[in-house]
Design a protein around this ligand. Structure first.
Ligand code: ATP
Length: 331
């Protein structure tokens, strides 16, 4: 047994090189047991490689990985108590949904009756009772996604790895599945490690997230911390839709001569304020409008909520914000 304080997953100075490519470059990471942890970052930043290092399909070039306190350097994938749900679901097309879900138990030699009962339980858990006889090809994308989830969960992993599991779904279904996945994770208490390049998905689902850039972790923290207090221009740019302001503009707007970030939803269009600029573009977003202003050399966007007056393109207006909203960055 492990104590409750033992993290589910730990990376200590982990690197994974492919020839001259540093896919993962000195990553330190601690994922608490029971967490919903997201790995967020642009394409090629090393997220999937990190996931494969946890599952054991990939080995570190250097550094150490522990799962529930155990160094897993010499532990093969099938002995790690970890399962993966892939973006393409990797279901067997010729097998029924029931047999797909029961597959992991068959491999383990569990008797037929027990494994079919367990498969049925898992199908109920993912809200697909009665779908056992169908083939994967007879299901919608969202239903296939749930079968993939049931197939991983039947093995009772302590850590579930999800590699862009909602990537193939349309927006509406994706949002519904985000809520379902989150609720399921809380109910089961299993540690989820979730890879995505969608910042909204990471912010809305994760308890804690790591932002990847070029094989390194640019920032790690709760969604609130990463969103409201980005440590670098990269994080401010990548997470959400922040204004990233150069030192001279930060200074002109009342801050120190440093790079800063200012969220569009914290900027108001006013008659008077900290700065003035010309409206260069207006984008209607449904719940409001994003109004971009040119102030000196920089562009600053404000989010005007629906129902409030939107200035005209070319108009000269002022921007106002709570000085505390100007977040000064380290890098
Ligand atoms: P995506 O969001 O596109 O899946 P990612 O953040 O998951 O990207 P990785 O798949 O981890 O990124 O890849 C990180 C880097 O390592 C990329 O430059 C990729 O080309 C490289 N890479 C990954 N796997 C291999 C491999 N088997 N051989 C060579 N290079 C690889």
């Amino acid at each position: 047994m492990t104590s409750p304080a033992t993290p589910a997953v730990e990376f200590r100075a982990v690197t994974r090189h492919f020839g001259s490519v540093r896919a993962v470059d000195g990553v330190d990471l601690t994922i608490a047991e029971g967490a919903f942890f997201a790995m967020l970052g642009p394409s090629g930043s090393g997220k999937t490689t990190c996931l494969r290092l946890i599952s054991g399909f990939e080995k570190p070039t250097s550094g150490q990985i522990r799962i529930f306190g155990q160094d897993v350097s010499d532990v093969p994938p099938n002995r790690r108590n970890v399962n993966t749900v892939f973006q393409d679901y990797a279901l067997f097309p010729h097998m029924s949904v029931r047999d797909n879900v029961a597959y992991g138990l068959m491999v383990k030699g569990v008797d037929r009756k027990t494994r079919l009962d367990r498969a049925e339980e898992m199908l109920s858990l993912v809200k697909l009772p009665g779908y056992g006889d169908r083939k994967p090809g007879q299901l919608s994308g969202g239903q296939r996604q749930r079968v993939a989830l049931a197939r991983a969960l039947v093995n009772e992993p302590r850590v579930l790895l999800l590699d862009e599991p909602l990537g193939a779904l349309d927006l509406k279904l994706r949002e519904a599945m985000q809520d379902e996945l989150k609720a399921l994770q809380k109910r089961l208490g299993i540690t989820f490690v979730f890879v995505t390049h969608d910042q909204h998905e990471a912010l809305s689902m994760a308890d804690s997230l790591a932002v990847f850039s070029d094989g390194k972790i640019a920032q790690i923290g709760t969604p609130e911390e990463v969103y409201a207090r980005p440590q670098s221009r990269f994080v401010a740019d990548f997470v959400g839709s922040s204004n990233v302001l150069p030192p001279d503009l930060t200074r002109a707007l009342g801050g120190p001569a440093r790079w800063s970030s200012l969220r569009p939803e914290q900027v108001r269009i006013a008659d008077q304020g900290q700065g003035r600029g010309i409206v260069t573009s207006i984008r209607y977003l449904g719940a409001g409008s994003r109004v971009a202003l040119r102030i000196g050399e920089a562009e600053v966007a404000a989010l005007v909520p629906a129902g409030q007056t939107v200035p005209e393109q070319g108009a000269e207006v002022a921007i106002a914000f709570d000085p505390a909203a100007l977040h000064v960055m380290e890098g």
